[in-house]
Design a protein around this ligand. Sequence first.
Ligand code: NAD
Ligand code: ZN
Length: 344
Amino acid sequence: MKAVQYREVGKGPEVVEVDAPEPGPGQIRLKVTAAGLCHSDWFVMDLPAEQYSYGLPLTLGHEGVGVVDKLGAGVEGIEVGGSYAVYGPWGCGLCHACATGRENYCPNAAELGIAPPGLGAPGAMAEYMIVDDKRHLIPLGDLDPVQTVSLTDAGLTPYHAVKNALPKLRPGSTVLVIGVGGLGHVGIQIIRALSQARVIAADLGEDKLALAREVGAHETLISGADTADRVREMTGGRGVDAVFDFVGAGPTLETARAAVAVDGHIEIVGIGGGTLTAGFFATPFGATVRAPYWGSRSELMEVLDLARAGAISVHVETFGIDDAVTAYGKLHDGTVRGRAVIVP
Ligand code: NAD
Ligand code: ZN
């Protein structure tokens, strides 16, 4: 089968021919119907050799949907031919976090060598993929696989961040969204669907700001050194009740710090390598900061239900698997509008 793999540190993704995997006991094989590209893939592929820990070759793709194609020994209660989304942050399944569906915060996964597909385990960017346990499959029902696949990360991750910040998103509140890419453009829709907050969105280019307005941002700004000042002007000096930083670089975190209101909240979703200094004299009184990771199983179900209700949708650019390298190039250059999806 064809697969998109990262095979050599520093060399970028390659489309290669590999053997189709066989499901072991308890596992499920999916015929992949769509796989999404995430900027985290570039985070992984940009790591220097001494920091790289995901194994080689790595089949990419931590956003996956597929049709159940073959069951490993002992798997029951799931139908061959059914269409499913893959919940990616696999945990041990036994601890308190996993028992509450928050496998993204499983404290045992790393130690047990359990890694998400595409981020250690073989991922979705192939014709077939293996899912370790049926609990990681969420039925798609009548949702379209290509339109839905990116909700497994670009939907779930902002949803998890927004849900945590919801107490701050009262009617009359204002939020700042930094970065209107794959995650950000879904994040804006989630904020609009779950709250009456006013949304200011910031990105580097006018095209991204146009997308932000299209998906529900009330106001937009070109992101730069004056963004926090502009946001303060737009909020009568108060600042914003919540910041969702989908970049996480030094300058955007400085914007977040300078733009957040007293008793406000910052969710650092992007892994752009920046550090935010918080403290009595560094951040407004009562302000809180959190760096969330992905989301829970039940939240993924809620995200799919939001899509079913028509409240959120992903702006998708599709590519065949042979064009995966081109798609990754566009993601790297910041020229994808919404999310890039591979249809194998
Ligand atoms: P993306 O490339 O699709 O979008 C990033 C957007 O940020 C682009 O529109 C880009 O123009 C914009 N941007 C870049 N620098 C900016 C700046 N200084 N100011 C304003 N906008 C700027 O990326 P994505 O796939 O949406 O991922 C976003 C970030 O979230 C990445 O860092 C990714 O690794 C991270 N991520 C984190 C988690 C998590 O669990 N915390 C999950 C998935 C992705
Ligand atoms: Zn991701």
